[in-house]
Every structure is written in structure tokens, then in C-alpha cells.
Write a new protein. Structure first.
Length: 164
């Protein structure tokens, strides 16, 4: 899945090895991307691949924007953080109205992945609208974004889907 993620996000650049400094190009912290998944495990990787596979153009645009000289952020690390956010919203039942309104029938993992895609797209917009002073304020803005999403999810008619 790591190689699949690389090929989706960097189709013109060959990955030299699974353990490589190149991973920083897509927002991992070290040479071995698996070490960044401690908190969310394989679900974080599955979500990154899902977004990159199903919304390839948007993934490329957001990855490019994440490299902004002043407002940049670590694309993959933020993606893993957003998996944790989606999971915590699901666990706390905050997603209940959204899933009820959005899903015809019983919710599946596909619906979770779609919600994750919404979060990735909206977080990128939010980050650039907020213009944080530096990446050092990430946790503050992540929490602000989380509160915004929780507020939206309180609406019993909500359906948070990615509309491109």
C-alpha cells in the first residue's frame, strides 16, 4: 500500500526504496513511513490511499498546496490526523445524523472513507483560510477545525460529502 500511495501521489517520480528520504516529499516525518502510523495503524494508510485513488486530481492539488513556503504542512501526517478525527467522531456517535442522512441503508467502510475525504478537502481549505503563523500551531488549528466539524454534525439534516 505504501508503494501504491507513492505511485498515486508521485506518478512521475520513481520511489528508490521503501525506506527512503523521499517519503518527506509527501509529508511523512522519517525515512520509514510506517513509523508515522502508530496512532491509527493501517486505517490511516487505507484512507490516504483511498483519497489518492478516488480523488487523484484533488490529492495532487492538496499535496502541492501542502508544500506552500509559508502555509505548508505535512500532507501525510495531517491525513493520518484526520483519520483519527473521523474515527473519534464515529466512536462518539457525532457522525450519527450525517450517516443517517447520507447513507441509504446500513453504513459501510465506504461511507467512512467518503467522510474522511470530505475532511481532507475541507481541512486544506480551512488551513489556508486561517493562515496560521506556522506549522507549530497545527494542534490549535486542528482542534478549531474539529470543533467546526462537530458543530456542523449537530444539525440533524447534515450530510457532509465532498462536492467537487
Amino acid at each position: 500500500m505504501f508503494v501504491q500511495l507513492w505511485n498515486l501521489l508521485m506518478p512521475t517520480k520513481k520511489l528508490k526504496a521503501r525506506i527512503s528520504k523521499q517519503w518527506a516529499d509527501i509529508g511523512f516525518q522519517g525515512d520509514d513511513p510506517k513509523t508515522d502510523f502508530r496512532g491509527m495503524g493501517i486505517l490511516g494508510l487505507i484512507n490516504l490511499v483511498y483519497f489518492s485513488e478516488n480523488y487523484t486530481n484533488e490529492a495532487h492539488k492538496i499535496l502541492s498546496r501542502s508544500n506552500h513556503p509559508k502555509l505548508g504542512y505535512s500532507y501525510a501526517i495531517v491525513g493520518i490526523n484526520l483519520t483519527e478525527m473521523a474515527y473519534s467522531l464515529l466512536k462518539s456517535e457525532a457522525l450519527k445524523f450525517h450517516l443517517y442522512n447520507f447513507v441509504p441503508g446500513i453504513p459501510t467502510m465506504e461511507h467512512f472513507h467518503q467522510f474522511y475525504c470530505y475532511l481532507v478537502y475541507e481541512f486544506d481549505k480551512f488551513w489556508f483560510e486561517e493562515e496560521p503563523e506556522s506549522i507549530m500551531y497545527f494542534n490549535l488549528y486542528r482542534e478549531k477545525f474539529h470543533e467546526k466539524i462537530k458543530g456542523l454534525l449537530l444539525d440533524c439534516n447534515v450530510a457532509l460529502t465532498l462536492k467537487i
